[in-house]
Design a protein around this ligand. Structure first.
Ligand code: SF4
Length: 328
């Protein structure tokens, strides 16, 4: 086990042995899952082949709810680090593992806990709302957590006379501020995927596909949201494409979500919105894409890398997540 720990320290994940390379990994994962009473939770942004073998696929809110209610002994979180941390905060008695410790999040990283603490101190008496894309330490400084699905509801639950700090996503914060007509003190963070979509590129796609409906995640900047006909969380975007009568959609969020959209609407077309980089036709989250079937198999087999959180931090971080779940 020490050798494995060294490998995780060096690489952030466990590699396959040469004699494991010929295995049918999907069958092996299913066997291990039953033997160990494990559940596989996958985010919509991970590769389609992983979504297909997961027990549950969802967005941040649904995955948090699933993590809270599962009776499995092991939660394999195929997503990014803050999501696995959220699962551990909600299920401290369970082992939570993540296939690759390098799967971080630029948005969560844009809000270091020490800087956020100082920011809060500069705005005393404000209610602190943090998006779920934050570290456990930032959640521990927070009054109530939100996701993009429930952010309006969470903001509206705060009495009008109370002032609000919203972090860390400036685009989501400004969008929710416009929707709720509430002024908020907003942390200046962003997700590098959602903030890099090209407005000109999307308009060009629309010109070439005039019947296509532009849809966007609220982590995108205002100009992208302004030209979008529908703005919503990952789950809301999926639902919209299923129910809307249009045949073609230009999708301004991480393109992994198109896997589920196609499953639900096989007769429709989905065009991933382009990023600012002209060389790149899409805007993928490289952190989500670090997850692979090979790493999922190894992590389930060795039950590592494991997510561990200081108990004092975990208890503090649990309170704002529980408040959110109670309100959802
Ligand atoms: S898409 Fe953005 S917000 Fe989502 S995990 Fe990747 S970096 Fe974080």
């Amino acid at each position: 086990m020490k050798i494995l720990n060294k490998e995780i320290l060096k690489n952030g994940f466990i590699s396959l042995n040469t004699n494991e390379k010929d295995l049918n990994l999907k069958d092996e994962i299913n066997k291990l899952k039953k033997e160990k009473n494990a559940v596989i939770l996958a985010h919509y942004y991970v590769k389609g082949e992983i979504q297909d073998i997961a027990d549950f696929v969802g967005d941040s809110l649904a995955l948090s709810q699933k993590a809270a209610e599962t009776h499995a002994d092991i939660i394999v979180f195929v997503g990014v680090h803050f999501m696995a941390e959220t699962a551990k905060i909600l299920s401290p008695q369970k082992k939570v593992i993540l296939p690759d410790l390098n799967a971080g999040c630029s948005l969560a990283d844009s809000c270091p806990d020490n800087d956020f603490r100082e920011f809060i101190l500069k705005h005393p008496d404000h209610t602190v709302i943090s998006y779920v894309n934050t570290s456990a330490k930032v959640k521990a400084l927070t009054d109530i957590v939100c996701t993009s699905s429930n952010a309006v509801k969470i903001v509206e639950s705060i009495p009008k006379e109370k002032q609000i700090i919203f972090g860390p996503d400036r685009n989501l914060g400004n969008y929710i501020s416009r929707l709720t007509d509430r002024e908020m003190v907003i942390w200046d963070g962003a997700c590098h995927v959602h903030s890099e979509f090209s407005l000109d590129g999307i308009l060009e796609q629309k010109k070439n596909n005039p019947d296509a409906v532009i849809i966007a995640h609220p982590e995108c900047p205002k100009p992208i949201l302004t030209i979008s006909e529908f703005v919503g969380s990952t789950s809301a975007l999926i639902k919209f494409t299923k129910e809307n009568s249009a045949k073609t959609f230009i999708v301004a969020t991480e393109p992994g979500v198109i896997h589920e959209m196609k499953k639900l609407s096989a007769d429709k077309f989905f065009i991933p919105a382009p990023g600012e980089d002209a060389e790149c036709a899409c805007s993928e989250c490289e952190f989500m894409k670090l997850n692979s079937i090979e790493k999922l198999y190894s992590c389930l087999k060795y039950e590592q890398p494991e997510i561990l959180i200081n108990e004092e931090i975990r208890k503090k971080a649990y309170i704002p997540i529980k408040r959110m779940l109670d309100l959802s």
